[in-house]
Design a protein around this ligand. Structure first.
Ligand code: ADE
Ligand code: ZN
Length: 331
């Protein structure tokens, strides 16, 4: 595969999942937060996950180190720096506001910090950006609505609303009203579905939440009718291969269904999910897919094109970025 990563949009990235172990310890020290680990090695030793919920326990615990708008800005800027080096030219990123407000951090502190780093990204990193706050599906619908109302009152511009956290037992149908309200306010709607949860959750995300993209969606392959619908509608799936292996959704990267998903005509994109926890950023996912699944130059080009087309950018910016892919593959 070509050495330089292709210009790509990252569409499935949790900002809090970019907190590297060294940054967690640095923020803990600067904010006087006590952690149950003494050093990076002790923390990194915990990065062995049995499933999604065992990961989420550590992911939420480490958020205790994020206290100020500056912390959120620094975390976001560090991600953008690394993403730019890996070929990312556009990023639509997730944040989990309820995980912060639940521990006493003001919503404005979160949004102001993340928002300032994202606003500076075009000039500082050459990356266009959008912010997608996510509903924590293992909290109540009324909590989710309160978060949405707070986001709508904020001066910080958001692109859409998402749905994440522990999937099984928390179907999309729980949040129909919240997503209706977000849609009425002109927000884009996306949802994690079919990661650990069944294909019926993907149907619900499409039919009840108006989801325009499905985050993960790998279990859609268990339902031929669903695959046909996703192909017909060209609904993008934001797939995260290294995440799937680390959370044991897929037992081995060599058996990841991504090549089959592409063959069946699904609009698949590759993303990093929580790169600090799962062994790499978007370019690392591409390198691993090449080695384990034989994704070659033409597969990589298709995935890069899909990522731009699946983004919520306007057509003019999409054309500019697609032309950059053309230039990269012909050079
Ligand atoms: N929050 C952060 N990463 C997640 C994932 N992979 N699935 C659901 N919620 C998440
Ligand atoms: Zn995710």
């Amino acid at each position: 595969m070509s050495a330089a990563p292709l210009p790509t949009a990252e569409l499935h990235l949790h900002l809090e999942g970019t907190l590297e172990p060294s940054t967690i310890l640095e923020f803990a020290e600067r904010n006087q937060v006590r952690l149950p680990y003494r050093d990076v090695d002790e923390l990194a030793a915990r990065y062995e996950f049995a499933d999604l919920s065992s990961f989420l326990d550590l992911y939420y615990a480490n958020m205790a180190t994020l206290r100020t708008a500056q912390d959120f800005a620094d975390m976001t800027d560090a991600y953008l720096t690394r993403a730019a080096a890996g070929g990312v030219v556009h990023a639509e990123v997730f944040v989990d506001p309820q995980a912060h407000t639940a521990r006493g951090i003001a919503l404005e502190e979160v949004l102001a910090g993340v928002g300032s780093a994202l606003a500076a990204a075009p000039s500082v990193h050459g990356i266009s950006t959008g912010l997608i706050p996510c509903v924590l599906r293992d909290h109540s619908a009324s909590d989710a609505m309160a978060m949405l109302e707070g986001v709508l009152r904020s001066d910080v511009q958001v692109l859409g609303i998402g749905l994440d956290s522990a999937e099984v037992g928390h179907p999309p149908s729980k949040f129909t009203e919240v997503f209706d309200r977000a849609g009425a306010e002109g927000l884009h709607r996306v949802a994690h579905a079919g990661e650990e949860g069944p294909p019926s959750y993907v149907w619900e995300a499409l039919d009840l939440l108006g989801a325009e993209r499905i985050d993960h969606g790998v279990r859609s392959l268990e339902d031929d009718e669903l695959v046909a619908r996703l192909v017909r509608q060209r609904t993008p799936l934001t797939v995260c291969p290294l995440s799937n292996v680390r959370l044991r959704v897929i037992d081995d990267l060599a058996r990841h269904p991504l090549p089959e998903m592409m063959r069946r005509g699904l609009v698949v994109t590759v993303n990093s999910d929580d790169p600090a926890y799962f062994g790499g950023y978007l370019d690392d996912n591409m390198t691993a897919l090449h080695a384990a699944c034989g994704i070659d130059d033409s597969g990589a080009e298709q995935l890069a094109r899909n990522s731009i087309e699946a983004s919520f950018l306007d057509d003019a910016r999409k054309r500019v970025l697609l032309a950059r892919i053309d230039a990269a593959v012909t050079s």
